[in-house]
Design a protein around this ligand. Structure first.
Ligand SMILES: CC(C)(COP(=O)(O)OP(=O)(O)OC[C@H]1O[C@@H](n2cnc3c(N)ncnc32)[C@H](O)[C@@H]1OP(=O)(O)O)[C@@H](O)C(=O)NCCC(=O)NCCS
Length: 181
């Protein structure tokens, strides 16, 4: 049994991770309206507040059903949301695996922020959720994401041809995996 995910906050070094809530929607709109942030994601850059609210609803439903969890990322000393991170899916019956996902405001790229946070998220997956395998799906071309995963000990396991469909076309995706030590 895993704990109720909708109430799971996490401290990740100097960062505070809290389950996405409707109060985060305005900051999410700012985050995901940046075309650079959305480039390799399954969304077009957001243009209105209701789209941000839908993302929060998706995250809250997932957490309420213990199917996944998406946290807002803030520095502990600053109320501004700077990104999100979490588990897009969890398989706890026919496996023990979770898919990690993450994003940061562009102003915070290139400083090791996600590299600092991800070990805490991975430890939460392996220890609190009892996962055996973490995976990540990366759209081909998202080099920053590949480098981040490789630094965290993920292995490139393959290229899934036309694995995703969004923005009117199919996309190849890379699958990365890391097993519990
Ligand atoms: C994916 C994403 C989070 C990666 O961000 P990032 O800042 O490159 O990742 P990291 O936190 O690992 O930082 C690494 C960078 O910080 C630098 N850095 C500085 N201090 C560091 C430290 N202590 N540890 C690691 N890296 C450090 C590294 O040199 C590297 O910079 P470089 O690529 O210019 O060499 C970011 O590009 C993003 O939000 N993209 C949009 C959303 C997205 O595509 N999400 C992924 C979907 S699969």
């Amino acid at each position: 049994m895993i704990p109720p995910l909708e109430r799971q906050a996490l401290t990740a070094g100097p960062y505070r991770l809290t389950p996405l809530a409707q109060g985060d929607a305005r900051d999410l709109l700012a985050l995901f309206s940046d075309p650079a942030v959305a480039e390799f994601m399954d969304i077009n850059p957001l243009v209105n507040f209701s789209e941000a609210r839908e993302i929060v609803d998706w995250a809250r439903d997932m957490a309420a059903g213990n199917r996944g969890l998406r946290w807002a990322i803030r520095r502990a000393d600053d109320p501004r949301l700077i990104g999100t991170v979490g588990f897009n899916s969890l398989e706890l019956e026919r496996g023990r695996r979770g898919e990690v996902a993450y994003d940061l405001e562009r102003a915070h790229w290139g400083r090791g922020v996600m590299s600092e946070i991800l070990p805490y998220v991975m430890a939460f997956g392996f220890e609190t959720l009892g996962l055996h395998r973490l995976e990540a799906m990366v759209t081909v071309g998202n080099i920053r994401s590949c480098k981040l995963l490789e630094r965290q000990g993920f292995t490139l396991e393959g290229r899934l041809r036309d694995h995703a469909y969004w923005k009117g076309r199919f996309w190849d995706q890379l699958i990365y995996g890391r097993l519990a030590d």
